[in-house]
Design a protein around this ligand. Structure first.
Ligand SMILES: NC(=O)c1ccc[n+]([C@@H]2O[C@H](COP(=O)([O-])OP(=O)(O)OC[C@H]3O[C@@H](n4cnc5c(N)ncnc54)[C@H](O)[C@@H]3O)[C@@H](O)[C@H]2O)c1
Ligand SMILES: [Zn+2]
Length: 375
């Protein structure tokens, strides 16, 4: 019996010539070759993954799925993922790693008609996606997200890129994948802390755009929950609609995805990206933003409390560790402002659960008060 559930969920991202499908379900990697062939994708294939994901042999499932289809079988060595392993962790998202990947693509004679598969979390998706964006001015790529965060967020929308030594995501390109395959079986090995971090983004989608989704996750979600595929599908659909309306982030709509991220990014920055996972910092940022929303945008207090309870139920932090310096966070928010062309922070606040709006500038005293909530 195949381990595949009968149900394959599909979210279409409509971007004209750059449109693609996001497939969601358990056991989907078994059919990845067929799904790629259906979309005209060809070998040779480079499966870029990280050392940790590689150690779970998830690449074997991808290879098996590819091997069932002739197009990818021209030379078995072409799909040897050992060639494309990068060290696990955010520090691989750097230009020298891109250069390394590009030279391996040249060495292995991957033609412009070939395909890069990004197999891993957001780090691999951003890194391999960026290499795909610039290798021979752009080569096809497929996202195979293996973290919850990558499934609901980073694998969809076409943002690719790497960090500079002191600035996250400073270098990059928009390069949409040709296909995204989110196989829930890959989550079986994901550490609980990483799963919880992904839930922060799920909660974010509910808070900004879908009250019913929010209610659904309010009691906490577990990796084994039967409803997980549908929850992921709803998140991807929300992101897809936003990206369709604002592919290149020029209209402000895509910025709504930054709910909880203004303070979250500042917390990540002052703690050197080591104390908190991204989703954990966003959890703290959402709690603060929820109270800012009460004071500045009319969010009912009961809904802010519901957000707090939902974060806790999903094993996310809601108080800052004592060693984290509040003054440093405020000053990081100030630096952020200097980067913005008009010297103002853009905040995303909630009018009610499921309804977000962008807002320029918030009185500093309110921001201070919101940070105090995190103590
Ligand atoms: N492009 C976008 O739109 C976008 C959106 C959000 C985040 N991001 C980026 O995504 C990155 C964060 O992504 P992430 O949280 O997926 O981090 P990650 O890619 O570092 O993965 C987290 C950890 O889990 C491990 N892992 C991945 N899949 C696993 C599995 N199935 N089993 C066991 N271990 C597994 C990885 O090796 C890593 O150690 C950041 O760099 C962030 O900037 C990009
Ligand atoms: Zn995020």
């Amino acid at each position: 019996m195949s381990s595949k559930d009968a149900k394959v969920r599909k979210v279409h991202v409509e971007l004209g010539a750059r449109s693609y499908d996001v497939l969601i379900g358990r056991g989907l990697l078994a059919d990845i070759g067929q799904e790629m062939r259906k979309r005209g994708l060809q070998g040779p294939v480079a499966i870029v993954t990280d050392t940790l994901v590689g150690s779970y042999n998830i690449d074997q499932a991808v290879k098996k799925g590819l091997a069932s289809v002739e197009t990818f079988l021209t030379d078995r060595s072409e799909i040897d993922s050992q060639d494309w392993l990068v060290p696990a962790g955010e520090s691989s998202k750097r230009l020298s790693q891109v250069e390394e990947l590009l030279s391996r693509l040249v060495k292995r004679k991957i033609p412009r008609s070939g395909t890069i598969i990004a197999l891993g979390g957001g780090v691999i998706g951003d890194l391999a996606g960026f290499a795909a964006a610039i290798y021979q001015r752009g080569i096809n790529f497929v996202q195979v997200p293996t973290t919850l965060l990558a499934m609901v967020d980073s694998s969809v929308g076409g943002k690719t890129g790497v960090n500079l030594p002191d600035r996250k995501n400073m270098v990059g390109a928009f390069h949409q994948p040709k296909l995204v395959v989110a196989d829930l079986a890959t989550l079986d090995t994901l550490p609980p802390r990483e799963f919880a971090a992904g839930m922060a983004e799920v909660i974010k989608y509910g808070a900004i755009a879908d009250k019913a989704l929010f209610e659904r996750v309010a009691e906490g979600v577990k990796p084994q929950d039967k409803g997980l595929a549908e929850i992921i599908e709803k998140c991807v659909a929300i992101k897809a609609r936003i990206v369709e309306n604002d592919e290149f982030e020029t209209k402000g709509e895509r910025a709504l995805l930054n709910f909880g991220h203004t303070i979250g990014h500042a917390i990540e920055g002052v703690t050197g990206y080591t104390t908190y996972l991204h989703g954990e910092a966003i959890s703290l940022g959402m709690r603060a933003a929820a109270w800012l929303s009460v004071w500045e945008a009319g969010l009912p207090e009961a809904e802010a409390r519901k957000i707090e309870a939902t974060l806790v139920a999903n094993h996310l932090p809601v108080t800052l560790k004592s060693e984290v310096d509040e003054v440093a966070i405020l000053s990081a928010l100030g630096n952020d402002k200097k980067v913005a062309a008009d010297g103002q922070n853009r905040w995303v606040l909630l009018k009610s659960l499921g309804k977000a709006s962008g807002r320029w500038e918030i009185p500093p005293i309110a921001v201070k008060r919101a940070l105090a909530v995190l103590r």
